[in-house]
Design a protein around this ligand. Structure first.
Ligand code: HEM
Length: 418
């Protein structure tokens, strides 16, 4: 059978000697690297589960900013194995951007394997449970409501840049006790770390944010308060104070994970709703479906393809994988696997069984999952209450999207006067 996807071009990075050349394929279109303007920006990933496409292939480009080249699986069951088999797959070194600044401590909890991972989750979980979210909800509602009221009479807003980019960060900074005055600087550093190809620029941004966070931690140690930032800075775990590396490892990773994931989800959600008036009307007219609709939005807009480091040699789908190799799971494909999701390309706002991987799977399931869900639900609820008129994408808008983090920078939408 002929593979339906092109081989990686000659100028792609070199691959290790044990990788068969015919498995080195150009799947950048499914890895959040290439922009497109399709109504469903992930539509092209169906080819990755075609019988003529190999169940495992090799992607030669960087996958997580700091490592180059990874095996890739694209089917739901294979992805599940990677997320759940912690004896074979490790998160050691995942999202380890701090290595660019010469730092050796891990990102916590993502870069920690069992058994230690569980103790850090035990420490952080109380801040992110559904019960904790219930306590946070009035504040989330107030932030969203105030922002909508500030522009609703204008009948127009850049929902990506002026709203989606801002409100989740306000919620997150509030939670951590980080100052809103640093908003633009934080996003600029994050942009450099996640999206700048130049390593020196990335490294400079990592150094700057780490210096800032160390100052922030010192302040919270001198003057503790009721914020999550202070809880970590003064943290005690199993009767022992957290050490310096644990404190920075957690503070840094929360900063990295909490800043723009919800923003990207909001912009893709409004793009779809703006393009599909029938879907918009269906959710607006049936607010009871907002919870399942949010889950479906999450499923159809996966932002991250996770990576894991292989702990020992093994053979998978007749391919020899070696200890130290990286494996990347394409949630951009697995979330549309018909073996798991009936009629996967249909957006079903009432889909009942919806175990997608947008928020990861296994023990590293996103710590902020309940917060992200709550923010998106409250947003739709407040939006349709405050602006019941249908909205649409402003004519002439470029709706190109890069289906990954920071998906759409600008998305002006308009609606009629009430
Ligand atoms: C829609 C929004 C979000 C998405 C799509 C998302 C996605 C993810 C994914 C895919 C992972 C796992 C990565 C891996 O397995 O390699 C993850 C982990 C994590 N996320 Fe999120 N995230 C979101 C929101 C948030 C928020 C708002 C926070 C914090 C305030 C957060 C904090 C974390 C943390 C701490 C982890 C590590 C969990 C662990 O290793 O046990 N995330 N997230």
């Amino acid at each position: 059978m002929t593979c339906p996807v092109a081989s990686a071009p000659a100028d792609a990075p070199a691959v290790p000697a044990h990788v068969p050349p015919e498995l080195v394929l150009d799947t950048r279109f499914a890895n959040g690297q290439l922009a497109n303007d399709l109504p469903d920006p992930y539509a092209e990933t169906d080819v990755l589960r075609d019988p003529s496409f190999p169940p495992i292939h090799y992607y030669p480009w960087p996958t997580s900013g700091n490592q180059c080249g990874a095996w890739v699986v694209t089917r739901y069951e294979d992805i599940r194995r990677v997320y759940e088999d912690n004896d074979l797959f490790s998160t050691e070194g995942v999202a380890q951007f701090q290595a660019l600044a010469g730092e050796t401590w891990p990102s916590i909890p993502l870069g920690i394997d069992p058994p230690d991972h569980a103790k850090y989750r035990r420490f952080l979980n109380p801040w992110f449970t559904p019960v904790a979210m219930k306590t946070m909800e009035p504040r989330i509602r107030a932030i969203i409501g105030e922002m909508i009221d500030a522009f609703s009479a204008r009948c127009e807003v850049d929902i990506a840049h002026d709203f989606g980019r801002v409100f989740p960060v306000k919620v997150f900074l509030d939670l951590m006790g980080l100052p809103f005055a640093m908003f633009d600087q934080f996003l600029a550093w994050e942009w450099d770390i996640l999206h700048e190809p130049d390593i020196a620029t990335k490294a400079a941004a990592v150094r700057s944010i780490l210096a800032y966070l160390r100052g922030f931690i010192a302040e919270k140690q001198v003057a503790p308060d009721g914020t999550l930032g202070s809880y970590i800075a003064n943290g005690v775990l199993d009767g022992q104070p957290l050490n310096v590396e644990e404190v920075i490892g957690m503070t840094w990773f929360l900063w990295l994970g909490g800043l723009d994931t919800v923003a990207s989800s909001v912009s893709q959600m409004y793009r779809r709703l703006g393009m599909d008036q029938a879907l918009q009307a269906r959710i607006r007219d049936n607010p009871a479906t907002i919870s399942t609709a949010v889950e479906e939005f999450l499923r159809v807009q996966p932002l991250v393809n996770s990576g894991r480091k292989v702990k020992r040699d093994f053979v998978w789908h007749d391919v020899a994988i070696k200890a130290g190799d990286w494996v990347s799971v394409y949630n951009t494909s697995g979330n549309f696997d018909p073996a798991q999701f009936p009629d996967p390309r249909r957006f079903d706002p009432e889909r009942q069984v919806n175990r997608h991987y947008t928020l990861s799977g296994g023990i590293h399931l996103c710590l902020g999952a309940h917060l992200a869900r709550r923010e998106l639900r409250v947003l739709l609820d407040e939006w349709f209450t405050r602006i019941p008129q249908p909205f649409r994408i402003k004519p002439g808008t470029d709706t190109t999207v890069t289906p990954g983090l920071l998906s759409i920078r600008n998305l002006p939408i308009v609606w009629d006067v009430a």
